[in-house]
Design a binder for this molecule. Structure first.
Ligand SMILES: *Cc1c(COP(=O)(O)O)cnc(C)c1O
Length: 405
């Protein structure tokens, strides 16, 4: 296995480009090779047996590990400030691999009120079938967690900013409480990326990502990553992933994400800058009733955002006059901005959580979990911001329709 140049003191962008790879280990190839192989040949039968016993390092089969995945795992572990990582076939593959590893029937998972739709469905309809209790708590106030933690609580799970309504959770405060009660803290860091927030440095145990989003960054793959300490990551790989979900990343996708990481800092800077401009414009528009963006002074948790995030990200949620129909009409008037789920791509994307990503919730559940029917989610892309505004602003309802509503 290749041994990396020591660049632990380098800045984020430099590590995102170099960490964990020395071209001299690969015939001088500047770009790391793609190992498209399902299996690995053993020099002798005895050596193969030793690898299976864990007595000899080396590759066995690509559902366990593969050199192309190894490089991505080393790199994301470094960027998140963790010891080790695991590359999965989707964000859901990462989330399920982690939870199947650490839970058994009788255990409880405490989750924040707002979760990505499929994460919510996995917990609410999946895990609950196996005798695992899912308790939803409003983690924007850490006091609520103190009251709920009990001897059965094994995992405390949340997103920050949360998909789709941008609620923030104080990672340090929640981690302190959860760990005092003996639970592992798992943070979905998809929205922030390690450039803006590093949950492990704030006390979390594990970070999960939908690498489909900002890390890949080009809307051309589906993938997930987990980062944490070595001991946990070995268990997640050998229990939750290898035997329970089988959710291993394809080497080709690992290569594309390793490439995507090289421009993560550059891309995020542009996403953040564009989103700040669009959020400010939306806020001043007469028919926009509410804008949820951590960078706005009017955002309820703006102080926490300033403390916990290096910048405010590229995601915006907003509500327009006319409720759900007002939002749908707005989406249908767009030309350049694409009506699509997913996020973190070069293209600006817009979607309606209640009928799309969060339709896994019942209307009652959405109301209870703070996802309003009229909420619109915008993933600000890398286009020129003037072109984004030129498409978006005229599509908003006019003042007349606000009066009519
Ligand atoms: C998209 C997403 C997921 C799921 O990831 P996939 O790669 O689609 O499986 C999980 N969490 C968040 C916050 C997401 O946005």
């Amino acid at each position: 296995m290749a041994h990396p140049v020591d660049n632990s003191n380098s800045s984020f962008a430099t590590r995102a480009i170099h960490h964990g790879y020395d071209p001299q280990d690969e015939h001088g190839a500047l770009t790391p090779p793609l190992h498209l192989t399902s299996t690995f040949s053993f020099a002798t039968a005895e050596q193969g047996g030793e690898m299976f016993q864990g007595e000899r390092p080396g590759y066995i089969y690509s559902r366990i590990s593969n050199p192309t995945l190894d490089l991505l795992e080393r790199r994301i572990a470094n960027l998140e400030g963790g010891e080790a990582a695991l590359a999965n076939s989707s964000g859901m593959g990462s989330i399920t691999s982690v939870l199947w590893t650490f839970l058994e029937s009788g255990d409880e998972v405490i989750v924040d009120k707002t979760l990505y739709g499929c994460t919510f469905a996995f917990m609410q309809h999946g895990l609950s079938k196996f005798g695992i209790t899912i308790t939803h708590v409003d983690m924007t106030n850490p006091e609520n967690l103190i009251k709920t933690m009990n001897a059965h609580t094994k995992i405390v799970y949340f997103e920050t900013p949360a998909n789709p309504n941008m609620r923030l959770v104080d990672i340090a405060a929640i981690s302190l409480i959860a760990k005092a009660g003996g639970a592992r803290v798992v943070v979905d860091n998809t929205y922030a990326t390690p450039l803006l927030t590093r949950p492990l440095e704030l006390g979390a145990d594990l970070v999960v990502h939908s690498a489909t989003k900002y890390l890949g960054g080009h809307g051309d793959l589906v993938a997930g990553l987990v980062v944490g300490n070595m001991e946990d990551l070995i268990r997640i790989r050998m229990e939750g992933m290898k035997d329970m979900t089988g959710s291993i990343m394809a080497p080709f996708n690992a290569m594309l994400i390793t490439r995507g990481l090289k421009t993560l800092e550059l891309r995020m800077q542009r996403h953040c800058e564009n989103a700040m401009t669009v959020a400010r414009q939306l806020e001043t528009h007469q028919s926009v009733e509410k804008v949820y963006f951590p960078g706005l002074e009017s955002f309820e948790q703006h102080d926490l955002a300033k403390r916990q995030m290096a910048d405010f990200g590229g995601m915006i949620a907003f509500e327009v006059a006319g409720g759900m129909q007002g939002g749908i009409d707005t989406m249908n008037r767009l030309n350049m901005i694409q009506r699509a789920v997913s996020l973190g791509d070069a293209e600006t994307l817009i979607q309606h959580p209640a009928s799309m990503t969060h339709s896994t919730y019942t209307p009652e559940e959405r109301a209870e979990h703070g996802i309003s029917e009229g909420l619109i989610r915008l993933s600000i892309g890398l286009e020129n911001v003037d072109d984004i505004l030129e498409d978006l602003m005229p599509a908003l309802p006019t003042k007349t329709s606000k009066v009519a509503a």
